[in-house]
Ligand binder design. Structure first.
Ligand SMILES: N[C@@H](CCC(=O)N[C@@H](CS)C(=O)NCC(=O)O)C(=O)O
Length: 284
């Protein structure tokens, strides 16, 4: 009896460090224990169980580490932030590699010379180098919060149009607005006003429902979030008094969400293949 209590304890310890799921490894606490009971009976000594489990654990660990998708990322990049949000919300385990844009790792450039983050390298060697595509890829695997609005074609189309407006017109205006403020250009108001026409629409939406598309968050909320955050940082004082009570509350709600702090957690820069990449759920 004592053996199995200890066995349970060991497995619980390991499974909190590394994600053990039936799909990933075909090993769960349940089938591991029944495997040992069925094949070896209850006479197996505790030390032999430990040795065997260690072998299995080592095998699982090596296999998982080799097959996890790798995300090259930059902490403050809004595109990388939304990719990390999508992966986290899809509960996709990944190896995270925080990099510096002034010293891009050779491993990353060997995948694609494009050299932008986020870059997701899949287990089969394929890669995705667009943040929105990373989000959609992850949520297509698993979408426990229905961020893709699978039950409504109409809402889905509206959502994609909203993200497209963000990614085309709004981001372009935001880039100009940021640069104008940084370099004290006198016409910064022009681009701030352009950004505001998008923010006005978002505020209207939030007057109708709690999130951009409906009363629960969708892909649009997370895809747009890092760019509203960026806007709010350009002229903090101005934004504090800006006429967007709902949008500010929406932003604050995301900041309070542990998922947001998890994806924003600071990490040491990843250097090369020689350094040990950290598993998403271990470090975030
Ligand atoms: N369209 C890309 C844009 C990604 C992007 O431009 N990322 C910037 C960092 S925020 C970058 O990697 N720039 C490369 C460089 O500055 O060398 C996406 O959505 O992922």
């Amino acid at each position: 009896m004592l053996q199995f209590i200890a066995l349970g304890y060991l497995l619980t310890k390991w499974s909190t460090g590394y994600l053990w799921t039936e799909t990933d490894t075909n090993v769960t606490f349940h089938n591991l224990t029944s495997h040992y009971l069925d094949k070896n009976g209850a006479n197996l000594s505790f030390s032999r169980i430990c040795t065997k489990l260690n072998h299995i654990k080592d095998g699982i660990f090596r296999r998982d580490k080799m097959t996890l998708p790798i995300l090259y990322t930059l902490r403050q990049c809004p595109y990388a932030i939304r990719a990390r949000l999508g992966l986290r919300l899809a509960e996709q385990e990944i190896d995270i590699r925080d990099i510096s844009l002034t010293d891009k790792p050779a491993e990353m450039l060997s995948i694609t010379p494009k050299g932008t983050v986020p870059l997701l390298v899949l287990s089969n060697g394929d890669y995705i180098d667009e943040s929105l595509s990373i989000m959609v890829w992850a949520l297509n695997q698993h979408d426990p919060h229905n961020l893709l609005l699978a039950d409504s074609t109409h809402l889905f189309t509206d959502m994609i149009n909203l993200i497209a407006r963000n990614d085309c017109k709004y981001i372009a205006a935001l880039e100009h607005y940021k640069a104008d403020i940084r370099y004290h250009n006198s016409d910064s108001m022009i681009y701030r006003n352009l950004c505001q026409s998008f923010l006005d629409d978002l505020e209207l939406r939030l007057n109708k429902h709690r999130f951009f598309m409906c009363d629960h968050p969708s892909l649009a909320d997370y895809a747009i979030l890092p760019f509203i955050r960026q806007f709010s940082h350009v002229e903090r004082q101005w934004f504090r008094h800006a006429p967007y009570p709902k949008l500010k509350a929406w932003l604050e709600q995301h900041y309070q969400d542990p998922i947001f702090s998890q994806v924003m957690k600071k990490k040491t820069l990843w250097q090369s293949e020689a350094s040990t990449p950290s598993s998403y759920y271990e470090t975030v």
